[in-house]
Write a protein that binds this ligand. Structure first.
Ligand code: PLP
Length: 349
């Protein structure tokens, strides 16, 4: 087996990039007068550039995630981290990524935007990964495998042993997107980082932390990988508003814990109630804050719900999700409204 060699995976042009050095990079410490960044000196709440390295936010995330600061990258949403991974490691027009489908759409979209070919390999019937199928498609051009666990839109966590087989046998990077990890019975892959230098974990403040509007995604990986992402990111990618508001929210961990347990409890209630409905063929087991539900007449049910003012996600055209709707767990009241509208579909008169 070849030894994992990160430097040989980096695009040669990226390895040569001399990063932009901001005014705040060149001076550290406290000064009396800041006239180094062409900012407007008049104090609005936002006249200064934000901290390009998000030191305070990383410090807090480091405590919460139990990960050293130099293994954390903060992106303008996970979507920025996905894009930077592609830009760092995949040569446009030549390299490939492998995606286990069905999954989150942004891996393939971001690859297409970067002119990186997407190799799609279907999950198994139970939505777990097919390791031999994934590895059989992995040529030298395949630089990254994107996995999502718990997976969107199927809701299941991938089997840990299979992901580890990929980490051991694939010569490129393995991204495990844990956007929904806070809702999961399964534990994070974070403890495996020290063992697998090719592991990159994505998390986000958009789901359990309730901060989707701030756009804060987190990359967790070896210091060497984080260093590469830092070299190519836009210098001020996280606004001062996002950094401040995130710190405020992260101070209240117990509020998030309460939300998570309420959402998981409601997920279980929804699952039970939906299973009792004759239009439901299957509710897939979920470790996330949503349910994938196979129904009779998915499109008609979707339309009916929209007419009742309730929007779910129609996934009925997605590979292996035929006839399925994806339903995010709402507040208890919102879930009651969904169930009420759902029953009306069965008995419209
Ligand atoms: C919601 C979601 C995210 C979050 O993306 P952000 O850009 O951080 O809001 C990431 N991955 C998956 C699979 C998701 O479903």
């Amino acid at each position: 087996m070849k030894v994992f060699d990160l430097q040989s995976l980096v695009r040669p042009s990226i390895a040569k990039v001399k990063p932009y050095s901001s005014a705040r990079d060149e001076f550290h410490g406290q000064a009396l007068v800041y006239i180094d960044a062409n900012e407007n000196p008049n104090p609005t709440a936002f006249n200064r550039y934000p901290d390009p390295h998000q030191v305070a936010l990383k410090q807090r995330l480091s405590e919460i995630k139990q990960v050293p600061k130099d293994q954390l990258f903060i992106g303008n949403g996970s979507d920025e981290v996905i894009d930077l991974m592609l830009r760092a490691f995949c040569e446009p027009g030549r390299d490939q990524i492998i995606v286990a489908q069905p999954t989150y759409g942004m891996y393939a979209v971001s690859a297409s935007i970067n002119n990186v070919e997407v190799i799609s390999v279907n999950l198994e019937e139970n939505y777990d990964i097919n390791v031999p199928a994934l590895l059989s498609r992995a040529s030298d051009k395949a630089k990254i495998i994107f996995l999502c666990s718990p997976n969107n839109p199927t809701g299941n966590a991938l089997s840990k042993g299979k992901v580890i087989q990929l980490l051991q046998q694939f010569q490129g990077l393995v991204v495990v997107d844990e956007a929904y990890i806070d809702f999961s019975d399964d534990v994070s892959f974070v403890p495996y980082l020290s063992q697998y230098p090719n592991l990159v974990i994505l998390q986000t403040l958009s789901k359990a932390w309730g901060l989707a509007g701030l756009r804060l995604g987190i990359g967790i990986a070896s210091p060497a990988i984080i260093k590469i992402l830092n070299r190519i990111k836009p210098p001020y990618n996280i606004s001062s508003v996002s950094q401040e508001q995130a710190l405020k929210a992260l101070a209240n961990e117990s509020r998030t814990r309460t939300w998570i347990s309420e959402i998981v409890k409601e997920r279980k209630r929804l699952e039970k109630e939906l299973l009792a409905s004759p239009t439901v063929k299957k509710v897939y087991p979920s470790n996330a804050n949503f349910l994938l539900v196979k129904v009779e007449a998915a499109r008609a049910l979707y339309q009916h719900l929209v007419e009742q003012g309730i929007v779910v996600r129609d996934r009925s055209e997605v590979v292996l999700c035929e006839g399925c709707l994806r339903i995010t767990v709402g507040t208890p009241h919102e879930n009651d409204l969904l169930l009420q509208a759902w029953r009306q579909f069965l008995a419209p008169h």
